[in-house]
Ligand binder design. Structure first.
Ligand SMILES: [Zn+2]
Ligand SMILES: [Zn+2]
Length: 456
């Protein structure tokens, strides 16, 4: 009998946090774990246009969760000829539909704008993929509950395990012959606010571990206190309380905090406008997921205070309303979305309060505001920043350095080896040293296109 052969190839999220794609080859079977989009700087984004030359060889794709950096390349891969199955949990399937359709719409609009203004260097700007490509992709999705085992090839099986990152997210345990590999996926917080906790790390020969916060710790200031203070200040000043937010998880987390603060009479019972079509869709999909939304008291406050704004004209009317109110609107780093209109109208008023929902990537308006820039540009015009800016520093969907270490330590048996991915180089290397020091097992940092062969 021929000996087994098992290898991994890191096609994305190696030396960076986006573009998650890991190819697992076991004997004749090829499966892809995640199929994400590269995001951020141009040299990374350019890679989304390169064909992988793999689409017809891969039989199955395992999707850890719905975020674009894990799912956003799927339509492109399908366009290249992938005809197999895409496996994920039922909630991931619902979220991925919203996220990919939104992504296609943005791609189509960008291409259309480039052609209209003729600023594309190419003959004709094309979208990376279209809404139609997304529909072809969604047809290939097959859903599985946590802990259900699937068999994509001979002697090869896998299961999803709750990892607490966002609704529907999972780590993946793969058994290939006698070998066990665990892919952590994006690992959630050990003491989450509204998510279930990540399950313990199962026994494995090899762990593929994310390292986004490999060299950092989350802040300790309570988001409840920060939001309470900011909302009360806005109320005293009779101003606008504007919260740019991410559609999945952060919006619901902030909503939860606001509802609790109103219930406990820590802030006044203000009207909350959810002015984001995507966050609204996501919140509707997740109504039955979150435990806090089953609490009758919180549910009651939500029904009374929350107004969902889908219509664009209604959104414009809310922008113009001067009365003190809370607005949650996309996008989370103020790179687009309806928050731009709210900020354009109110950023120059000293009575306005802006609550940034967490980490802001360099080069975004969110990061500029966090740094305290004196003026900011919206729609081609500069506006003086007079509003008071608060940045929440403890909310994050990722485990930080200490949490990652705790999670790995609390397994019943340590893996023989760890490979770090999904992290900037400095974060991954810093975590490597710490893990090797604490656990005394070899740790490797994945590099782009690294090919790792497992011994049998
Ligand atoms: Zn994620
Ligand atoms: Zn990610």
């Amino acid at each position: 009998m021929k000996p087994n052969s098992l290898s991994l190839k890191f096609l994305g999220a190696a030396g960076t946090v986006t573009g998650s794609k890991t190819l697992l080859t076991f004997n004749g079977s090829k499966i892809l774990i995640d199929c994400g989009l590269f995001q951020g700087i141009k040299s990374l984004r350019k890679q989304n246009w390169e064909d992988l030359d793999l689409a017809s060889d891969v039989s199955d794709i395992i999707l850890t969760h719905a975020h674009l950096d894990h799912s956003g390349y799927l339509p492109r891969f399908v366009k290249q000829g992938f005809k197999g199955q895409i496996h994920c949990t039922p909630i991931t399937a619902k979220l991925v539909r919203i996220i990919l359709l939104d992504s296609a719409k943005i791609q189509e609009e960008d291409a259309e704008r480039a052609n209209r203004k003729k600023y594309s260097k190419h003959e004709k700007a094309e979208p990376l993929y279209t809404t139609e490509d997304v529909h072809h992709t969604l047809n290939l999705i097959v859903t599985h509950e946590y802990n259900e085992w699937m068999v994509p090839g001979p002697d090869l099986r896998f299961t999803f395990i709750q990892n607490g990152h966002i609704p529907g997210s999972a780590m993946v345990e793969v058994h290939a012959g006698v070998k066990k590999i665990v892919f952590s996926g994006d690992l959630g917080r050990l003491k989450p606010l509204i998510m279930p906790k990540p399950k313990p790390l199962p026994e494995a020969d090899l762990l593929i571990l994310e390292s986004t916060y490999g060299d950092r710790l989350h802040g300790v200031t309570s988001a409840f206190d920060q939001i309470k203070e900011a909302v009360n200040l806005g109320y005293e000043q009779k101003g606008q309380i504007l919260i740019p937010s991410f559609a999945v998880e952060r919006t619901q987390e902030i909503l939860y905090i606001l509802l609790c603060l109103i219930r406990d009479k820590k802030i006044p019972s203000l009207r909350i406008y959810l002015d984001s079509p995507m966050a609204t869709e996501v919140t509707k999909v997740l109504l039955s997921f979150y435990e806090f939304l089953k609490d009758p008291e919180l549910r009651d406050i939500m029904n009374r205070n929350l107004e969902i704004v889908s219509d664009y004209r209604a959104s414009q009317a809310i922008v113009a309303m001067e009365e003190c109110k809370i607005v949650i609107a996309g996008s989370g780093m103020i790179t687009g979305g309806r928050i731009l209109h709210h900020l354009e109208a109110h950023i120059s008023k000293p009575s306005t309060v802006v609550i940034l929902p967490g980490f802001q990537a360099l080069g975004t308006r969110g990061s500029d505001l966090a740094k305290g820039v004196p003026e900011i540009k919206f729609f081609g015009k500069y506006y003086k920043v007079q509003a008071r800016i608060t940045q929440l520093d403890s909310l994050s969907a990722h485990a930080d350095r200490n949490e990652i270490l705790e999670w790995v330590k609390h397994t019943s048996k340590l893996p023989q080896r760890i490979i770090l991915n999904h992290g900037e180089e400095t974060a991954a290397h810093s975590l490597k040293l710490k893990l090797e020091h604490e656990l005394e097992i070899p740790v490797l940092v994945a590099t782009p296109n690294m090919h790792y062969v497992m011994d049998f």
